[in-house]
Design a binder for this molecule. Sequence first.
Ligand code: ATP
Ligand code: MG
Ligand code: NA
Ligand code: MG
Length: 316
Amino acid sequence: MATFVMQSLGCEVAALNTVHFSNHTGYRQFKGTRATAQEISDLYQGLCQSNLTDFDVMLSGYAPSAAAVESVGTIGIDLQEKAEKKPGSFFWVLDPVMGDQGRLYVNDDVVPAYKKIIPFADLILPNQFEAETLSGIKITSLSTLASAITAIHRIYSVPHVIITSVQLFKLSQSGSTPPPPENFLTVIGSTTRSDGSPRLFRVDIPALDCFFSGTGDMFAALTVARLSEAVSAVNGLRTTKSWVSPDDVAATDLPLARSTVKVLSSMHSVLERTLESRNAELAVAVPALEGEASVEELEKRDYLRRTKAAEVRLVR
Ligand code: ATP
Ligand code: MG
Ligand code: NA
Ligand code: MG
């Protein structure tokens, strides 16, 4: 997902697969293998020995074990060190993939592994549960949301954070800004000023009535591409390779916020089309066996999953 999205937007990608699966694990059934920490390190060593490590940006996502997170961390840290001679020439976007909806879907030891490497990242993209895990603060209100973000900046000295979705209407309201209606998701981003205080932005987006797998990866990949554009627009030329820094942000009115708006607009059109084609597929594939039925009815019968629809089509 991430490689395709970045390539679609013109990025040249060197992909190092941390897993090699037949499909997203969200479909419950899958086949394939997980890369070991050694395999990840070996591939990076291969790039190093051929001088293939002149990257503008690294995007790291799901890693299948604590040791694999450590290997990914070693790569990020090495690329940051290589870039130290050319300040602003490298940017690490780290998606701390650990869990969702109140539970971890990785081993417990992955959490401390992420905590160790996040201080070397430039931007992290936790969902609400991951933000709570990293900050140690349960997000129950607008003020605890702000505290969680502030804590993440402070504990990990990471300059940029985007919490990729919060259901704000579920939180108790204490701030002056009204919550969006129930069928909205909220994305909250933050960039620290030079004095360390966070500068927050918020985007409310309509939630589609469907569960999607892979949205976190797509969000991360779009963010890499759009942030790159936003920053190059600000800096005039892509070749300056100046990635966003906290002080740029103060001067240029949050490239992070501007790129996030574009990211969410792409997310929304892709997800809307995904929903439409899912509905169209169900409408054709399932009634052939089940007789006429509405999409709502089919969902009740657990035909929500694409794998089920595919099975039905094969039978027909
Ligand atoms: P994943 O579970 O794939 O790892 P994540 O939990 O890291 O994803 P989320 O915060 O769930 O990330 O979602 C990322 C983005 O996906 C959101 O900012 C939103 O744009 C989009 N998205 C996900 N689900 C929906 C939905 N039902 N309706 C509209 N947008 C959605
Ligand atoms: Mg999610
Ligand atoms: Na996320
Ligand atoms: Mg995620």
